[in-house]
Design a binder for this molecule. Structure first.
Ligand SMILES: [Ca+2]
Length: 211
């Protein structure tokens, strides 16, 4: 009888997707990003908390990994969040000196790619941190685009689904442009999360009662 009750509890957890305590701790929340030319800082915001880390990613041919938990303690990939990169393009910008950010954000079984907007994910740019516009994509990582002249292949560590993004004035006359690039995400718990949390709850209960 007791065993049947526990089975019902486990099935309920699977259906409702109630997170078991500590279930998120083992998920990979590593983000990879780079820019042409420099990423100065990365700010992570979630649940009213915000923290900025100085990174100085100054070689756009490499993607630099960053564990989001090191920027904001206990980053939860199932909750709404925003990430902002402060980027710079150095020198006169033109077709020979492009400017853009490239990023991939791993959230457990879900991955976000720079420039790829969905109903729950929005990539934006701003020059003042107040007025935001949808980022302009220039092509996929490693695809046939302006970066092909500088880099004969994709940036290692980032999927070809990620797009280089900047604003719509990338090639206008100017120099040393600074831009904020931001992604806002409202995660919807997918089947992976429901199954994962349900299984974690089931394992925990089995250990508690049958271990
Ligand atoms: Ca550049």
């Amino acid at each position: 009888m007791k065993r049947m009750y526990l089975v019902y509890v486990c099935v309920g957890l699977l259906l409702l997707g109630i997170p078991a305590a500590g279930a998120w701790a083992s998920y990979d929340v590593t983000m990879y990003s780079t820019a042409d030319n420099i990423v100065d800082t990365i700010t992570v915001e979630q649940s009213g908390a915000s923290n900025t880390t100085t990174v100085n990613y100054n070689n756009w041919q490499h993607a630099y990994p960053l564990d989001l938990n090191t920027v904001l303690n206990t980053f939860d990939p199932t909750k709404n969040f925003a990430i902002t990169w402060k980027c710079e393009n150095v020198g006169d910008y033109n077709s020979g000196n492009p400017a853009a950010l490239l990023a991939q954000i791993n959230l457990g079984a879900t991955t976000l790619y720079s420039g790829v907007n969905t109903a729950n994910v929005l990539w934006q740019v701003s020059t003042d941190g107040k007025n935001w516009a949808t980022a302009t994509p220039y092509g996929n990582n490693g695809g046939g685009n302006i970066w092909g002249n500088n880099l004969n292949g994709p940036v290692a560590g980032i999927s070809g689904s990620a797009q280089w993004i900047w604003d719509d004035k990338n090639f206008a006359a100017g120099k040393d442009q600074t831009l904020l690039v931001r992604v806002e995400a409202v995660p919807i718990p997918g089947a992976f999360w429901l199954l994962g949390s349900g299984l974690a709850g089931m394992i925990g209960i089995r250990r508690k009662y049958f271990g």
